[in-house]
Design a protein around this ligand. Structure first.
Ligand code: UDP
Length: 314
């Protein structure tokens, strides 16, 4: 297949691109490189790279030419960055997604997979110990609101125009080569550079950390699914942020302290006490669910990046 990945130089997109290239697909990447290029040299040399912004309509139309499928992953990302740039965040979502949908229509692309977010659940009630795709969502921030709008916008394109659309609600994806906008790479950086690990609040807030390879596997398997679906990409395990800090401190053999600090005020609307996702729908659709638990995932990161680490699982 010929596949366009918008935001393909980012963390998830670059890992997906590597896998798709290895499977023999032709991959086109559109990325503005605002946060750098996470594609390794080998993958970069095997893809068609277009530098630019998803808000540029004609560029997106060009990029989608001859494609069978589009992964639309370009977005403004990271709580602090999004909170500082809510207008740009929403513009990139709304204008970018409209451009991608138009480009699909003009180029007769029949399948679109979109990076939504588990942030959409916000304070939704966790029923039976996990958030399912059917429950009442609670988007409160510019980012979550725009992502939710796009889920509905894409579903409307399925209803009216028959574009197959799949919105992926990613639950705290982590792995090697991620930048420190997210808590896992930030704690790694702090632990390995002698800085204190900055746990916000009491650290009892929980997240469901999903390993990158499992995320890529989920995306690849979902490429076979047609229709209109919203699907959680989650590991179904709940870890507190304090647990995460302690695990990373231990696994990196770090002398850093763990300190409790107030989260920046701008994070207030983004903070959620509990977040854990159900993978049942993903499993039903693909016969697969992310299985790498947090300890195994952290082990993989250290074995890729750090020499003197402690094995947590031994
Ligand atoms: N967090 C933290 N210290 C930091 C950065 C983040 O304790 O220096 C916490 C944050 O309060 C949140 C969790 O880590 O509960 C995940 O934050 P992140 O920004 O990675 O993603 P979110 O799940 O909030 O979108």
């Amino acid at each position: 297949m010929k596949i366009l990945i918008t935001g393909g130089a980012g963390f998830i997109g670059s890992n997906l691109a590597k896998r798709l290239v290895a499977e023999g697909h032709t991959v086109v990447i559109l990325d503005n490189l605002l946060r750098g290029n996470k594609l390794d040299k080998e993958t970069f040399n095997q893809i068609v790279f277009i530098q630019g912004d998803v808000r540029d309509e004609s560029l997106v139309i060009d990029a989608a030419k001859g494609c069978d499928l589009v992964f639309h992953f370009a977005a403004v990302l990271g709580v602090d960055i999004v909170a500082d740039n809510p207008v740009e965040t929403m513009d990139v979502e709304v204008i970018g997604t409209r451009n991608v949908v138009n480009a699909c229509e003009i180029n007769n692309v029949k399948y679109l997979m979109y990076a939504s977010t588990s942030g959409i659940y916000s304070h939704s009630a966790i029923v039976k110990n996990a958030l399912t795709e059917e429950i009442l969502v609670d988007p409160r921030t510019s980012y979550a609101m725009a992502k939710r709008y796009n889920e509905i916008y894409l579903a409307s394109h399925f209803e009216e125009k028959g574009l197959n659309v799949l919105s992926l609600r990613f639950f705290n994806i982590y792995g090697s080569n991620q930048d420190n906008r997210m808590v896992v790479p930030l704690f790694f950086e702090q632990a390995t550079t002698g800085q204190p690990l900055t746990v916000y609040g009491n650290g009892k807030q929980t997240r469901d950390f999903t390993y990158i390879d499992d995320t890529v596997e989920s995306c690849v398997r979902l490429m076979r699914i047609r229709g209109c679906h919203i699907v959680n990409i989650a590991n179904e395990q709940e870890w507190s942020i304090l647990d995460l800090a302690q695990l990373i401190k231990k696994i990196t053999n770090s002398d850093s302290r763990i300190i409790f600090v107030d989260a920046p005020k701008k994070r207030y609307d983004y903070e959620v006490e509990r977040r854990v996702g159900s993978s049942i729908k993903l499993k039903n659709l693909t016969n697969y669910k992310p299985e790498t638990n947090l300890i195994q995932g952290l082990e993989k990161i250290v074995s890729i990046n750090y020499q003197n680490h402690i094995h947590l699982t031994l």
